[in-house]
Design a protein around this ligand. Structure first.
Ligand code: ADP
Length: 657
């Protein structure tokens, strides 16, 4: 139909008996030409520099990008040896490498592990990455190479290296797929002690402890990282000088687009300080005599000491990794979680649950009251809480026992006070009666007595000439009786007035009081030739005139109740915890012990007025005075062997000499 087609013709002579014929095989090349054209067009429009060389290393094809990249017009490249684009220093080796590729042609990256450079027409060099793939053509094998200018990437890489190299806080290193160190930064040098030139090319295994190496840990870690992509681990690692440090590591497998392992990056932190701190804390907690547990921010028990185990009847290991709520009684558990979160939100050292009663629960379900101190601990992995727990069962028990005792005491005091109130009332009443009686005695009894004495004197005067001695004697007895009656009434008044005529207490020097009493007894002392002695007496707190009366009565009795010999009286004082014990000792007739109490009763006498004068009220007055001074009065004596009267008095607050 007149259209043309590109063809290829193969000619073959065929000899026959009839002569030589030609067999022509004709192939239509339209399709191939179209493909070739498309190939060229694709190549031409590719965004990457691409060129093709033949097996002799001559450039057969270049695209636009190649012209731009190397600065040659294609006319100057086609047919040239490829070495024109290779810097001088690499040229010699290049034909050999080229031939090697043609011997085993397969698509691959050129110069694996080496830095490649291209050479521009203007003589400048630039780093490149080259991909090679064999292309079968009719006239043999060609190589299609793709050339990428990696100046920019190199630059970035260098910057990245600079950045990483300068980091001192972290050891950042790269390992090749076998674990050999490829890069090393400042941090790595600081933490591990090796310089880059000492360690690059060596296996990373040397960072592990001999035990771990024997255990195959390093290889396992690499495998794990390869499988999972990333592994984080913590443990003791070894420095160049053999010392160890606590390391936290992040190992990441680096893979290319197709998933081939390119190597590993390894970032290591030195956490030795934190570890040591943690170990110290652990040791402190372990050896603490108090139950202690440590919680992580999620409320899990991460540490429990022996005491804590004993307190809650768990083995300490059983407590680990359990929520702390297993130690909290059921009914408080839900509330506890929010309280715990509240503490973590604003942690400060304090006593837990101020004002509330806290309880713990043992493994066997029994509950017991506790007191808990909380302490936040900053571990570097967040805030943890250290809780110290004390069983206060015993204290609670003691407290309640104490409360019971107090209540009991209270009850008794109330009861006793009521009793005292009653007896006080009675006492006040009897005192009032006594006062009334004394008043009556002094006025109403004295008057008739005066009448009796007056009338008997009138009678005696009127009949004095007619009186016989017996009547005379009767008049004398009337007068004696009345006098005695008056003495009794006066004594009774004195007795009653111990209370009503009392004065406020003051410091009283007993030495002076003794002198006053002795002066008042002057005549009876002289008459009886009594010998009165005293030791140095203290200053006491009291009512001075009453104390004079007290001593006067006791010394008076000691003189009155003497035996055959002239009376001898001795007064002494001894200190008995805060009080003074004053004794009045005589060598007189003594008192039978069966009368020791009765002699202090009012009007009680052991003798007739003829044997010893007296009204029997003296000791009653003494007892009243002493008891008003909050003291005691008693006698120690045996009949015929003298007597010692004792009384106690309070020492004056300030001693006066
Ligand atoms: P009175 O001396 O007026 O009899 P008191 O009350 O002073 O009264 O004494 C009561 C009794 O105690 C006395 O009658 C006496 O029998 C006995 N008595 C007191 N003091 C002594 C003493 N120092 N020695 C022996 N007996 C004493």
């Amino acid at each position: 139909n007149g259209t043309e087609v590109p063809i290829e013709i193969g000619l073959n002579p065929i000899k026959t008996a009839a002569g030589v014929f030609v067999l022509s095989a004709i192939v239509d090349l339209s399709e191939r030409k179209r493909l070739e054209a498309r190939f060229r067009a694709t190549l031409e429009s590719a965004p990457t520099a691409m060129l093709m060389i033949d097996s002799k290393g001559c450039i057969a094809l270049v695209n636009l990008e190649t012209e731009k990249l190397f600065g040659y017009p294609r006319i100057e490249l086609l047919g040239q040896a490829i070495e024109i684009l290779v810097p001088e220093r690499f040229r010699t080796g290049h034909p050999q490498q080229r031939n090697d590729f043609f011997a085993t042609p397969e698509a691959r990256r050129m110069g694996e592990g080496r830095d490649l450079y291209g050479l521009r027409k203007n003589g400048s060099e630039f780093p490149v990455e080259i991909g090679l793939s064999p292309v079968e053509m009719d006239d043999g094998t060609y190589v299609l190479s793709t050339i990428v200018d990696i100046t920019e990437r190199k630059h970035l890489e260098e910057r990245f290296q600079l950045l990483i190299g300068g980091v001192t806080e972290y050891a950042i290193i790269m390992l090749d797929p076998h674990g050999l160190v490829v890069s090393w930064n400042h941090g790595a040098q600081r933490i591990k002690g090796y310089r880059a030139d000492e360690i690059i090319g060596r296996s990373f295994v040397c960072f592990y402890t001999p035990e771990e190496i024997a255990d195959g840990v390093p290889q396992r870690v690499l495998k794990e990282a390869q499988a999972k992509g990333q592994v984080e681990e913590e443990g003791w690692r070894v420095r160049k000088d053999g010392s160890r440090f606590w390391a936290n590591m992040l190992l990441t497998a680096l893979k290319d687009k197709t998933g081939n392992l390119e190597g590993y990056s390894k970032i290591t932190r030195d956490l030795t300080d934190r570890k040591r701190q943690e170990q110290r804390l652990r040791a402190t907690v372990e050896s603490a005599p108090t139950a202690m547990i440590m919680l992580d921010p999620a409320g899990q028990i991460i540490l429990a000491n022996k005491e804590a185990g004993l307190l809650f009847s768990y083995a300490p290991a059983e407590l680990l990794n359990n929520p702390v709520e297993i130690l909290v009684p059921m009914k408080f558990r839900t509330g506890h979680v929010s309280l715990r979160n509240g503490f973590f939100a604003a942690p400060n050292a304090r006593r837990m649950g101020a004002g509330r009663d806290l309880y713990g629960i043992r493994k066997d379900g029994t509950e017991f009251p506790v007191e808990i101190g909380l302490n936040p601990v900053d571990t570097g992995e967040g805030i943890f809480v250290l809780a110290a727990i004390v069983d206060i069962s015993e204290r609670k028990r003691l407290e309640s026992a104490q409360r019971q005792l107090n209540d009991e005491l209270d009850r008794r005091v109330k009861q006793r006070t009521a009793e005292l109130d009653r007896s006080n009332e009675a006492l006040v009443k009897s005192n009032v009666e006594l006062q009334q009686f004394a008043y009556i005695a002094s006025h109403d009894l004295q008057a008739p007595l005066r009448g009796i004495i007056g009338f008997s004197q009138v009678l005696r005067k009127r009949y004095q000439d007619q009186l016989d001695p017996e009547t005379e004697m009767l008049f004398t007895r009337i007068a004696d009786g009345v006098t005695r009656m008056q003495t009794l009434i006066n004594d009774l008044l004195t007795y009653a007035r111990v209370e009503s005529r009392s004065r406020p207490f003051e410091p009283c020097k007993l030495n002076e009081i003794f002198d006053d009493a002795v002066n008042l007894l002057d005549s009876s002392i002289r008459d009886s030739a009594a010998q009165i002695t005293r030791s140095d007496l203290p200053v006491v707190s009291g009512d001075r005139p009453q104390l004079v009366q007290l001593l006067q009565n006791l010394i008076g009795n000691a003189i009155k109740y003497h035996g055959e010999l002239p009376p001898r009286v001795d007064i002494a004082a001894t200190r008995t915890n805060g009080d003074w014990d004053i004794s009045v000792h005589d060598c007189g007739i003594g008192i039978d012990p069966k009368h020791h109490e009765r002699i202090f009763e009012i009007f009680r006498r052991l003798h007739t007025a003829q044997a010893y004068p007296g009204t029997g009220i003296g000791l009653a007055i003494c007892r009243r005075i002493v008891s008003r001074h909050a003291g005691k009065l008693w006698v120690e004596s045996t009949a015929g062997q003298g007597s010692t009267f004792h009384f106690t008095l309070n020492a004056a607050e300030k001693e006066h000499s």
